[in-house]
Design a protein around this ligand. Structure first.
Ligand SMILES: C[S@@+](CC[C@H](N)C(=O)[O-])C[C@H]1O[C@@H](n2cnc3c(N)ncnc32)[C@H](O)[C@@H]1O
Length: 224
């Protein structure tokens, strides 16, 4: 019999998390990515528009889930400009069904399951994106996964790329539950600076309904 809950202490974290998301997606694919489907979908979409996203921009949606933001981005962007991936087959399947229902398949997005589960971007064959987004992803990851992402970001960013990511802010690292983590803004600032990126805290501007913070990372072309 399939267990409803994986053991996060003894199993590989990302496998356990993907399994849990798959199980949730079978019940409700919108709740599986945190609910607030319309509100959070619109919030992330409008924020990237305010930050210069254009129909001709390319976007990488890291941990795209069941396309809460994705359906809006795909609708807005030109053909072949949206790429999204996720470790959960269940949410990817649900997202593809939503695209069919909305008749958005003609936009030819690239959407795939991140089978390797790591954040080394090996499936993207060196493609670089104008915009990158990780909405409500780092809030569910351990520091080692976030560090891996930062170590490999330069494979998918060009000189003008902008990488936006959200996080649960707190005074210091705190594990709220099996899959929810708080980080202090300084964790990301120090990591970005160590890796040679520039980083900006846009949390006030983002005004997330559940008080997540938002940061912007760019390649630092003028290191001091
Ligand atoms: C809370 S959901 C948010 C989904 C989407 N960004 C949104 O705003 O609706 C977080 C998603 O990140 C995915 N995720 C976590 N780690 C990942 C990784 N290493 N690679 C790809 N997806 C990942 C999870 O499977 C989950 O679907």
């Amino acid at each position: 019999m399939r267990k409803a809950k994986k053991n996060f202490d003894t199993e590989d974290y990302l496998s356990a998390y993907a399994y849990q998301t798959d199980v949730k997606a079978k019940i409700d694919s919108e709740m599986a990515v945190g609910g607030l489907w319309d509100k959070m979908g619109e919030h992330q979409f409008k924020f990237l528009l305010q930050n210069g996203l254009k129909p001709e921009s390319s976007l990488l949606d890291i941990g795209c889930g069941s396309l809460r933001g994705g359906v809006r981005f795909i609708n807005y962007l030109d053909e072949e400009k949206y790429t999204g991936f996720d470790i959960s087959k269940g949410v990817i399947q649900a997202g593809m069904e939503k695209l069919d229902e909305l008749g958005l398949g003609n936009k030819k997005p690239t959407i795939f399951v991140n089978e390797g589960k790591n954040l080394r971007f090996e499936d993207l064959d060196g493609e670089c994106f104008d915009y990158l987004l990780a909405q409500s992803v780092f809030s569910h990851l351990h520091a080692a996964h976030i560090e891996e992402c930062f170590e490999n970001l330069n494979k998918v960013m060009h000189a003008d790329s902008r990488f936006f990511f959200t996080f649960h802010p707190g005074p210091e690292f705190l594990q709220r539950s099996d899959t929810d983590f708080e980080y202090s803004p300084s964790f990301f600032i120090e990591l970005a600076e160590k890796m040679g990126y520039s980083i900006e805290d846009l949390s006030d501007e983002y005004a997330h309904p559940r008080k997540q913070g938002m940061m912007l990372v760019r390649l630092n072309l003028n290191p001091s």
